[in-house]
Design a protein. Structure first.
Length: 247
C-alpha cells in the first residue's frame, strides 16, 4: 500500500475513533449511571472491542479470565492495554496513574470504568490504593494492575513492583497473570504500539492508525492462590511466567 493511501486510511480510522469516543461520552453522561452493573459491563466490553476494531487491531485471546474475585496482573506496553483487557474482562477495575483522568476523551471513559487512581509521585499513596483494592476484592470484584508501573517496549519486562499485590495477599484473592503482546505485518513486537518517554497520545494514535495488520494477543495464564504468600517472591514468579509466555 502506498504512503498516501496508508495516511488516508489512518485519517479515516482516527475520525471513526473520535466519533466512537464521542458516542461513548454521551452514554457515560446520559445513561451510564442508570444502568445495572451487568449492563455497564456490556457497554464497556462493546466500546472497548469496537475501539480496537476501528483502529485496525485484531484481538486474539488464549485461555480464560479467572471467575470470581481476582487480581489480574499484566505487562504494560500501551494505553491500549486497558481496552484490550476490557474487551475480554469488562468488569475489571484498573489501577492507573492519576494523569490518565485528565486525558481528553479517553480519561472520562476510563474513569467511568471504575478506575482506581494512584499518585505515583507520592510514595505513601500506594498504601491508600492497596486498601481500596482490598476492599474491591473483598466485595467480589476483579481488579487489574500493571506491576511494572510504567510502559515498556514490548521486547522485555521491567521489574515488577510488589506493593499492590498485598491487596490480594491480605484478602486471599487469586492472582492471574496475563501476557500481552502487540504485533503487526512487519514486526512480531510492534513498535507502533509502544508508548514510551515523551510520546504524546496524539502521536501514539497516529502510529497505531498507520500500522498494518496489527494484532493484540492476550494469554490468560493459570491463577495462583495467595494466602500466606510473600509478595516479593510472588511478584518475581508472576513476572517470570509472563516473560515465558511472551517468549
Amino acid at each position: 500500500m502506498s504512503s498516501w493511501r496508508r495516511k488516508l486510511r489512518a485519517a479515516w480510522r482516527l475520525t471513526a475513533v473520535v466519533l466512537h469516543g464521542l458516542h461513548g461520552l454521551w452514554v457515560v453522561w446520559v445513561t451510564f449511571a442508570q444502568l445495572a452493573p451487568a449492563q455497564r459491563h456490556a457497554r464497556i466490553q462493546w466500546w472497548s472491542a469496537k475501539t480496537l476494531r476501528l483502529l485496525g487491531l485484531t484481538l486474539r485471546v488464549h485461555g480464560q479470565a479467572h471467575p470470581g474475585p481476582t487480581l489480574m496482573v499484566a505487562n504494560h506496553v500501551s494505553w491500549l492495554d486497558i481496552m484490550a483487557l476490557h474487551a475480554v474482562c469488562p468488569q475489571a477495575r484498573f489501577v492507573s496513574k492519576a494523569q490518565v483522568r485528565h486525558w481528553p476523551l479517553i480519561g472520562r471513559l476510563v474513569d467511568a470504568g471504575g478506575t482506581l487512581y494512584i499518585e505515583r509521585e507520592r510514595a505513601r499513596d500506594a498504601m491508600r490504593v492497596v486498601h481500596l483494592m482490598a476492599e474491591a476484592l473483598s466485595q467480589g470484584q476483579t481488579v487489574a494492575v500493571f506491576p511494572e508501573g510504567t510502559t515498556a517496549d514490548g521486547h522485555r519486562l521491567l521489574p515488577f513492583h510488589a506493593n499492590l499485590l498485598q491487596s490480594a495477599v491480605a484478602t486471599a484473592t487469586p492472582i492471574q497473570p496475563v501476557a500481552l503482546r502487540f504485533s503487526d505485518a512487519h514486526q512480531p513486537v510492534s513498535e507502533a504500539a509502544q508508548y514510551l518517554g515523551e510520546t504524546t497520545l496524539a502521536q501514539s494514535l497516529w502510529r497505531i492508525a498507520m500500522a498494518q495488520d496489527m494484532v493484540v494477543t492476550l494469554h490468560f495464564l493459570a491463577a495462583h492462590a495467595t494466602a500466606h504468600a510473600e509478595r516479593r517472591a510472588l511478584a518475581q514468579r508472576l513476572r517470570q511466567e509472563i516473560e515465558d509466555a511472551l517468549s
